[in-house]
Design a protein around this ligand. Structure first.
Ligand SMILES: Cc1ncc(COP(=O)(O)O)c(C=O)c1O
Length: 375
């Protein structure tokens, strides 16, 4: 991977060491160019070439998203964010009073609130306790012993600690017990490989504004093909019906594909940007990106430990991700993050630690810069 060449796609590198991809990432010039293409078309031609330009790009980007996930195009819908994708599952399944959803206390609120909001329908949310930043799989296995569990909802990577959940093992447990598996993938999609079908994941959602290096407000929702019929869209409009180009007939039949979850006009500029971002990721290859990111986070975690910082992120093989969380002595993480920011290193404080999250275009020198700025 030619990091110097790649840095030219990220003008932010001229300003600072950007280590906050787990928060909101800068977009690449590839996403910027795609957005510009949209803007030029919109200003010069309006909707004159709607099918040939807008529709064609939306469907091309759907294919790109499917390729990244090893999925079929009919399993992909565009959503406005991760929360909407998780909400589609919460709102769309046929819950019965007494059902249980299992999640955990390391999760971002987006993956807890939608399930807790089902309480009015008699659905109980079980919040498993994490330990040292990770969720021990034994706790999940134990919780899934209950025949009342309908769904397991977890993140691919925990947003605070950076612990990577073993999706293959969790998906295997879910399959054995006939439990649905819904994954909040925003903390790994674009930096670590993720193949929902191979891992036994039934639903997945991720917005574009973190590791995918795209804009806010346009994300990907995956629904396993065999489940499309079981998930009822919470909003039905012109776009999710069977023939969405027939504006004269009020239809009750839904699209067969995941377009059934897209009720109206899509976020076309957002999808253009996402397309530019996905093209870059697919060109580099997700395995090469993962190797690079994990190499940088290893370097950072080792450097932090050598300097006597407390590394909070689980670091065992298979548990690492693009996130390293740490504390510097007894300094408040907010204070450490503010100090680093003054030194030109952008990380943030989350869940009791300073969270640093480099992407493939960051340099070893930027990691060294963070370490030097701590002292
Ligand atoms: C794990 C996780 N899920 C969801 C979100 C929020 O996602 P969105 O704003 O796309 O709904 C975040 C944002 O930090 C997150 O870290």
């Amino acid at each position: 991977m030619n990091v110097q060449r790649l840095r030219s796609f990220f003008p932010v590198t001229r300003e600072l060491a950007y280590l906050n991809h787990a928060g909101v990432a800068p977009i690449s010039t590839r996403a910027e160019e795609a957005l510009r293409r949209y803007a030029q078309e919109a200003t010069r031609h309006g909707a004159l070439h709607y099918d040939a330009v807008y529709d064609a790009e939306v469907e091309r980007v759907r294919d790109r998203a499917a390729l990244l996930l090893g999925a079929r195009r009919e399993e992909i819908a565009f959503v406005k964010n991760t929360t909407e994708g998780l909400g589609l599952v919460a709102a769309g399944l046929d819950w019965r009073s007494g059902d249980q959803v299992v999640t955990c206390d390391l999760e971002y609120p987006s993956n807890v609130h939608p399930w807790q909001a089902l309480r009015a329908q008699g659905v109980e949310t079980i919040l498993l306790r994490g330990e040292a930043g990770r969720l021990p799989i034994g706790r999940v296995a134990e919780a899934l012993e209950s025949r009342r569990v309908r769904l397991l909802a977890l993140s691919s990577v925990e947003f605070g600690s950076g612990a990577r959940n073993d999706l293959d093992a969790l998906g295997g447990l879910c399959r054995e017990r006939g439990v649905l598996f819904c994954v909040d993938a925003i903390q790994s999609l674009g930096c670590l490989p993720l193949r929902p079908e191979a891992s036994g994941v039934d639903f997945l959602a991720a917005d574009g504004h973190k590791w995918l290096l795209s804009v806010e407000g346009c994300g990907i929702f995956y629904c396993r093909r065999g489940l499309l019929d079981r998930l009822r869209p919470r909003i039905v409009g012109w776009r999710n019906v069977a023939d969405n180009r027939d504006f004269d007939t009020y239809q009750s039949e839904l699209q067969e594909s995941a377009v059934r979850f897209e009720e109206g006009t899509p976020n076309t500029p957002g999808i253009f940007a996402l397309g530019g971002a996905l093209d870059l990721i697919l060109e580099l290859g997700i395995d090469a990106i993962a190797a690079r990111v994990l190499g940088l986070t290893d370097l950072l975690a080792d450097g932090l430990a050598e300097r006597g910082a407390t590394v909070l992120s689980p670091r065992a093989p298979g548990e690492t991700s693009g996130i390293v969380s740490f504390r510097w002595g007894d300094e408040a993480p907010e204070r450490t993050a503010a100090r680093l920011r003054r030194a030109g290193v952008f990380c943030v404080a989350r869940r009791g630690g300073v969270r640093a999250s480099p992407h493939f275009y960051n340099e070893e020198a930027e990691i060294a810069g963070l370490l030097a700025a701590l002292d």
